[in-house]
Design a protein around this ligand. Structure first.
Ligand SMILES: Cc1cc2nc3c(=O)[nH]c(=O)nc-3n(C[C@H](O)[C@H](O)[C@H](O)COP(=O)(O)OP(=O)(O)OC[C@H]3O[C@@H](n4cnc5c(N)ncnc54)[C@H](O)[C@@H]3O)c2cc1C
Ligand SMILES: NC(=O)c1ccc[n+]([C@@H]2O[C@H](COP(=O)([O-])OP(=O)(O)OC[C@H]3O[C@@H](n4cnc5c(N)ncnc54)[C@H](OP(=O)(O)O)[C@@H]3O)[C@@H](O)[C@H]2O)c1
Ligand SMILES: Cc1cc2nc3c(=O)[nH]c(=O)nc-3n(C[C@H](O)[C@H](O)[C@H](O)COP(=O)(O)O)c2cc1C
Length: 579
């Protein structure tokens, strides 16, 4: 795996490093004495802005704030949609922590500020001293693009880069910790008095996280789609007993899967290994088979593995694609092919066990939008998951996590989980405000949770759901529940779009357009507009439909419509949970 970019000349004081290492490592066990250094009247303000979709950047921003406080600084942590470009230009000390989404895009909460910063007439940032931490994933073509763009744009606008950007891959914790422990002392220079540790930091941290998931019991694993459906969507209920964990409707649950043993065996065979080869993995001696099952991503090949196979095979087609650097061509070539397909395609390419695992990325958790309300179901958490199964290159392929879940027996199987909060994606505090929810396919998940939440709260606000899937007869998931919610008056409007029941596709955005006047009226009443599901096609088309509806029924110009939408986003009344 490519390591995150860490500058060679990073100023790094060994003592700070040792202390900060202890600070992070000991967060839970090592409670530290609080003295509110930040209240000192001469404390230097450090602005820490985060751009996030699923909370990682926010959590790093909070870690940075805790370390800043410990250095006698006064951290102001803010979501990027909470400040204007003028406020940004006035910030003297600035840290930006941002992830990248979609295809190299800003996370939703960073987009507006980024648009303003990209304008030709954006204000000078000459007062600003800054550093950027970019979160991303090297398996995406546009690795850490949002962070890179912020870093470059701030410099272009005259800001002083106090410390070089660090780009983090999926294992972001260690490089983030390095960045914090390097940049905060720089920002504190002269301003810091004594380092005072903050006890509240320990309690902010969730007990279970990516590195320490909770081993939960699978209670229910039920097929939602019909047996004869063209897809498989399942409902899961996972016990929280013994965890002390709680969640809010709108949060996501992350599941740490293990790989399919049959796929492990097939890869071991393709490598001409036995599986018993012992290799060091995460400071442990482990057999090849065990490490492939539990530690490495073995379905989707890393770029490094593809490059090495191209090099060792000398295959002209693959080498030409790689030399051209055409990412789309590479994506087309790889579509439907997994690691095993590549090994089978080039049987003459040989790897030792050690060489092979050195080219793999760590196995990652997968996130799922929670489909239950934590108030109605405090003892369990529900998921709605489409199992990824397809046939290509003459083999059946299975998605790692969705089929790991599907294969778990719903009677006490262990599943390792942790929560990621999504603080923007929430049922409105004001129970009277209307909610419009657009969630085709598995996008329905958080809206089942939202409806439960409204029912639990006995909220009088109106609820409107746009749902769709392929065929009504086989894919109308949660039909009975939705109908029962309609009868109870919890779900006031339901519009359905089954795409494959007729020749012409009908999608949720077509249903939205049919009822554009009412959608606009609900928005005018202070309504919230939520979208969940596919980011690449559906969410973009729904966004376009919403724009058109506001323009037409609000009688607005394109600029006025964009302003209206931006205001909705700023008030967190147009929020998305898309993937
Ligand atoms: C915030 C968030 C919330 C989410 N919520 C949900 C949810 O509520 N429900 C849900 O089901 N998912 C949800 N997802 C998606 C989920 O995290 C996983 O991405 C999904 O379950 C697939 O993971 P997997 O491990 O099964 O598949 P992987 O092993 O990751 O394989 C998926 C890959 O297989 C390949 N592939 C898939 N289909 C085909 C095909 N037909 N032909 C060729 N190649 C193909 C593609 O390369 C694809 O990227 C969410 C994602 C995020 C980020
Ligand atoms: N980023 C990702 O990796 C990602 C994103 C979303 C889903 N998925 C995966 O895909 C599988 C199925 O997902 P799913 O059940 O959520 O959804 P889905 O099966 O992809 O789609 C649900 C419905 O949305 C329709 N649809 C297709 N294009 C649309 C568009 N442009 N606008 C509006 N609706 C559109 C589909 O119609 P037709 O199919 O008939 O066109 C179908 O009726 C899952 O494994 C899921 O994890 C992956
Ligand atoms: C749908 C989706 C798209 C993503 N696109 C990119 C991308 O284009 N480039 C990248 O480097 N990382 C990408 N990522 C990875 C995220 O940036 C990474 O998971 C990050 O840790 C998320 O941080 P956050 O929780 O603060 O949003 C993507 C992740 C998802 C789920």
């Amino acid at each position: 795996m490519k390591s995150p970019y860490i500058p060679q000349n990073a100023p790094y004081n060994d003592i700070q490093k040792a202390w900060l290492g202890g600070f992070f490592a000991g967060m839970h066990s090592h409670m530290l004495q609080s003295a509110d250094a930040a209240n000192q009247k001469d404390a230097r303000i450090i602005n820490i802005l985060y751009g996030t979709q699923t909370g990682n950047s926010e959590s790093v921003a909070n870690d940075a704030a805790n370390v800043a406080k410990a250095h006698g600084l006064l951290p102001h942590v803010k979501s990027m949609d909470e400040i204007s470009i003028q406020q940004l230009a006035e910030m003297e000390y600035l840290l930006i922590v941002t992830s990248t989404y979609g295809e190299g895009e800003m996370p939703d909460n960073a987009q507006m500020l980024w648009d303003a910063a990209s304008e030709d007439n954006a204000p000078s940032m000459a007062k600003v001293k800054y550093s950027v931490l970019a979160l991303g994933d090297t398996s995406y073509d546009q690795f850490c693009k949002a962070g890179i763009e912020w870093d470059e744009r701030l410099a272009e606008l005259g800001a002083e880069r106090l410390y070089q950007r660090i780009d983090c891959d999926v294992d972001f914790e260690d490089p983030a910790e390095n960045w914090i422990s390097s940049v905060i002392p720089l920002m504190a220079d002269g301003a810091a008095t004594t380092v005072v540790l903050d006890s509240s930091a320990a309690s902010d941290k969730p007990a279970y996280n990516r590195k320490n998931p909770f081993p939960a019991k699978m209670l229910v694993n039920r097929l939602l789609t019909a047996e004869n459906s063209s897809k498989e969507t399942r409902h899961y209920e996972i016990s929280l007993e013994g965890s002390d964990l709680s969640y809010e409707a709108g949060d996501a649950l992350c599941v740490a899967p293990t790989n399919c043993p049959e796929l492990v065996a097939a890869i071991v065979k393709a490598l001409s290994c036995t599986g018993e080869e012992i290799e060091p993995v995460a400071d442990e001696a482990m057999s090849l088979s065990e490490s492939l099952r539990t530690h490495f991503e073995i379905k989707l090949p890393s770029k490094e593995l593809i490059e090495e196979i191209a090099k060792r095979s000398g295959d002209q087609e693959l080498n030409t694609i790689l030399e051209n650097g055409d990412k789309e061509q590479l994506a087309d070539y790889m579509w439907g092919r997994d690691t095993l397909d590549l090994l089978l395609q080039f049987p003459d390419v040989e790897f030792s066990a050690a060489e092979f695992i050195a080219l793999l990325k760590p196995l990652q958790h997968r996130a799922y939008s929670i489909s239950s309300s934590g108030k109605m179901h405090p003892e369990s958490v529900h998921l709605t998951v489409a199992s990824v199964r397809y046939n290509s290159y003459n083999r059946d392929h299975k998605g790692v996590c969705s089929t790991y879940l599907a294969d778990l027996v719903d009677d006490n199987s262990d599943v390792r989980i942790f929560f990621t909060p999504n603080k923007s994606f929430r049922v409105p505090d004001d129970n009277n405000l209307p909610m419009i929810m657009v969630g085709p396919g598995t996008g329905i998940a958080p809206f089942r949770a939202f409806l439960q939440e409204r029912e639990f709260r006995n909220a009088p606000g109106q609820n409107w759901l746009f749902f769709g899937d392929r065929n009504a007869a086989t894919d109308y998931i949660y039909q009975e529940e939705l109908e029962s919610m309609q009868e109870k008056g919890v779900l006031n409007r339901l519009d359905l779009a089954f795409s494959r029941d007729q020749e012409e596709k009908i999608y949720v955005q077509d249903k939205m357009r049919e009822h554009g006047a009412e959608i606009f009226a609900w928005l005018e009443q202070g309504g919230y507009f939520f979208v969940c599901g596919d980011a690449y096609r559906m969410a973009k088309d729904v966004d376009k439909a919403l724009f058109d509806i506001i323009a037409e029924h609000g009688n607005k110009s394109a600029v006025e419509t964009a302003d209206y939408l931006n205001a909705l986003k700023k008030e967190k009344r147009y929020v998305r949970d898309v993937y």
